[in-house]
Every structure is written in structure tokens, then in C-alpha cells.
Design a protein around this ligand. Structure first.
Ligand SMILES: [Zn+2]
Length: 158
């Protein structure tokens, strides 16, 4: 067997063995953190945006109106009490995607990074919160290459 042929076989094997594509969660996650506890145990779907004071500590709410996802609302998982509202509408920048897992729990893509208050930076996957290594730091201090205090106008980043 020549090398070229072996390489093709290897590729086919890799393809057939059904290896999952790269996970959506990126390298910003703290590598050594254990699998976190379930923080959001369900995904509550409503058709009207609730007021912030009705969002409970562990509620994850998705507003779907006329079949279209509009907003995701939940309290910041750090415990600071701030209600985070994220647009799920493609016309907005930035915008996020919410997926309901078979477990009934939410997965959010991409990550959330607040640039005020607690400056939490985290992913939500299957109802679990994965903290990034640079959580708690303002984005333009942690990553001055990609964020700027002057030009970033919204208070939440991906
Ligand atoms: Zn917080």
C-alpha cells in the first residue's frame, strides 16, 4: 500500500467513526474546572417579554413570538442578581442562539461577557454554566486586541 492510499483510508476511517465536530464551547473555558452543576434545569418558553423582576434565580426564559425566537432572559449565574437579556434576532448585533436539549435544558451560543458590574464571562451548555478563565475582567482589559471601551457600545459581548 502506498502512503497516499493509507492516508485516504485513515481519512475515511475518521469520517466513518462518526467523530463529533469540534465542540461549540471554545478554548476560553477554564480547562481544569470540573463538570459544573446544573444551573438552569429547564427552558421556559413564553410569547411575551416578562419584566425583569419576574425572572427567578434559576429561570431560563426564551421569548418566542409568532414562531420566531426574540429574547433570552435569565439572571446572571454569578449571583449578582442582574437580569441578562440577549437578542435572539439575527437583525441585531450581537445575537445569540438558544437550543433546547433532549434533557429539556438550554444551551446558549456563543458565550456571554458582561462589560459592566460583575463582568462575568461564561457559556451555558445543557443547563450548566462553564466559566471562562478571564471572567470578572472587562473585555477591553482582558482582550484589548478584540475589544475597545470606546467602540463597543453594547454592554454584553459574545
Ligand atoms: Zn453577575
Amino acid at each position: 500500500m502506498n502512503k497516499w492510499f493509507q492516508r485516504i483510508i485513515k481519512l475515511l476511517w475518521k469520517y466513518q467513526s462518526g467523530q463529533e465536530p469540534e465542540e461549540t464551547i471554545d478554548s476560553t473555558i477554564q480547562k481544569k474546572s470540573p463538570v459544573p452543576d446544573i444551573h438552569f434545569d429547564s427552558l421556559l418558553i413564553v410569547n411575551k417579554t416578562p419584566s425583569n423582576d419576574t425572572v427567578g434565580k434559576r429561570d431560563f426564559i426564551e421569548v418566542i413570538y409568532k414562531g420566531k425566537p426574540h429574547w433570552a432572559l435569565f439572571q446572571c449565574p454569578c449571583g449578582c442578581g442582574k437580569v441578562i437579556s440577549l437578542s435572539l434576532q439575527k437583525v441585531h448585533t450581537p445575537n445569540w442562539k438558544v437550543k433546547k436539549n433532549t434533557s429539556g435544558r438550554p444551551t446558549l451560543y456563543p458565550s456571554v461577557w458582561q462589560n459592566q458590574g460583575c463582568c462575568s464571562h461564561f457559556w451555558i451548555k445543557d443547563g450548566m454554566v462553564y466559566w471562562c478563565y478571564n471572567t470578572g475582567i472587562k473585555p477591553w482589559i482582558a482582550e484589548p486586541k478584540y475589544h475597545s471601551e470606546k467602540t463597543d457600545v453594547c454592554n454584553i459581548y459574545t
